[in-house]
Structures are given as C-alpha cells and as structure tokens.
Write a protein that binds this ligand. Structure first.
Ligand code: IPE
Ligand code: IPE
Ligand code: MG
Length: 242
C-alpha cells in the first residue's frame, strides 16, 4: 500500500493542506453560536474541493480537529461530533458524483461509535481507484503523537524481525504514519495566526506555508485561487543552487 507521491518537479502543486482556523471568532463577530461558526466552515470546504478538482490537485488534506481540541468545552465537542455526522450525510452523495475519495485519519476511536461508523461508511462509499481528488480529513490528529506512534510501530516491526533497522528511511516512515500523504507542497492557514498547531510535522518539511488573515468561514474560492497563483510564483529550490 503506497501513499500518493509527489513527482519532484519544482513547480508542481499536487498536495495541498489547510489549517481551517477562525470559526469561533467568526461566530462571535456575527453574534452566533460557536457551532454555527463550525457549520459555516463546513460549507467553505465544499467550494475549495470544487476548485481543487478544477485545478487537478491530487490531494487536499484538511485539519478539522486537533488532538489538543479535546480540551474544548463538552458542548462545543458534541456540536462538532454532530456536525461531522451531518456533513457526511449531506456531502457524501455529491462527493461520490464528483469522484472524490475520502480518507479520515487521526485518533478516530476517541470520537465514539456513531462518528466512527459514519466515517467508515463514507470511506467505503467514496473508495475509488482513480479519484478526481483525494480528500484527507485530520480528526483528533496531532503531529507529535503521530511521529511517536509511527516510531513505536517501526520499533515493534524491527523487534519482531519484520523489517530490519537499516531499512528504516523517510519513505518507510511516511508509509507507516497515519497520514495518507507523504509530502505536502502547500499549507494554508486562515485566521491570522502564524503557527502550525501540531499539524503534519513530518510531511510539511518542504511545504510552502501561507498565512491568511481572513477567518475560515469568510475564505472564498477566489482567496484559494490567489494562494494557488502565488504558489506558482515561488521558486522552490529544495536546497539546490538554481
Ligand atoms: C477552527 O476554528 C476549527 C477547530 C479548531 C475545530 P476555531 O474554533 O479554532 O476558531 P477560532 O480560532 O476560535 O476563531
Ligand atoms: C488548529 O486550530 C486546529 C484546527 C484548525 C482544527 P486551533 O484553533 O485549535 O489552534 P490554536 O489553538 O490556535 O493553536
Ligand atoms: Mg482556532
């Protein structure tokens, strides 16, 4: 089982990741409940998915809930769980029509059986050989936890004689990580903060990173297109003298 790989062309934009931040501030500014901010945020994903398909991007990886987000109030967490279930019911038929393959990753078991069952139904319904887009959703994900889990998994394989220590390299590490993509080309974070908040640490080693001031519910297809346009103007050197 292999993850989608980037070809190493300097200008190729195959794998995009988004830290969708700002739902809470948007809700507050519009005098709405936090959950309504998250609901508005789900609607934005639909537009971005459409544009990714139009621009022939291979994978879109979105940060929907971090391992640290478990420390939020119970009411907000319950609202998010309900929203995940609703978003899947509402959007899967259209994703199937669009040929999008859905993948959820992170410590999914923490979300309980209702969410887990819904996720696996959605993954089954969208399981395609040649999708128009692979949409990866990080849920209960933390980059450091992922690195530690992957390390433990590899240590166990070595201990059981399934792989040898000298075979461990970047490709094998990426393969055993829960993240279904090895290399991210572009990370976009909305909401104005300039941090990664424990998102894909290993996979973003050489990503371009764009911080956008707009709150996620206000982020538009046009804003996304602007990010893709500025990516085209970046000289990616990967350490080389060009
Ligand atoms: C991001 O929006 C969505 C999640 C973390 C689930 P926030 O809820 O963090 O929005 P702000 O940062 O409080 O505005
Ligand atoms: C990052 O946003 C997580 C998601 C967008 C899902 P947070 O709002 O949780 O991050 P911090 O608290 O600003 O670091
Ligand atoms: Mg936030």
């Amino acid at each position: 089982m292999g993850h989608p790989k980037i070809d190493n062309q300097l200008t190729s934009l195959n794998n995009v990741a988004i830290i969708m931040d700002g739902n809470g501030r948007w809700a507050k500014a519009n005098k709405l409940k936090i959950t309504q901010g998250h609901a508005k945020g789900v609607g934005v994903v639909k537009d971005i998915v459409e544009e990714c398909i139009a621009q022939k991007i291979n994978t879109l990886t979105i940060y929907a809930f971090s391992s640290e987000n478990w420390s939020r109030p119970k009411s907000e967490i319950n609202g998010i769980k309900t929203l995940i279930i609703k978003a899947i019911s509402d959007q899967v038929p259209e994703l199937v029509e669009q040929g999008v393959k859905l993948n959820f990753f992170g410590n999914l078991e923490d979300f309980g059986p209702n969410v887990i069952n819904k996720i696996s139904l959605a993954e089954d319904a969208t399981s395609l050989e040649n999708p128009s887009l692979q949409l990866n959703v990080a849920l209960g994900y933390g980059g450091r936890k992922d690195i530690i889990q992957t390390t433990k998994l590899l240590a166990e394989k070595v201990k059981d004689g399934k792989i040898s220590l000298k075979d461990i390299n970047e490709d094998i590490f990426a393969e055993f990580s829960v993240v279904p993509i090895d290399n991210i080309d572009l990370v976009i974070r909305t909401g104005g903060d300039k941090r990664l908040s424990n998102f894909l640490l290993f996979q973003i080693a050489y990503a371009e990173i764009m911080f956008i001031d707009k709150l996620w519910p206000d982020f538009t297809k046009q804003d996304f297109i602007s990010c893709l346009e500025s990516f085209k103007n970046v000289e990616r050197r990967f350490g080389k003298r060009i």
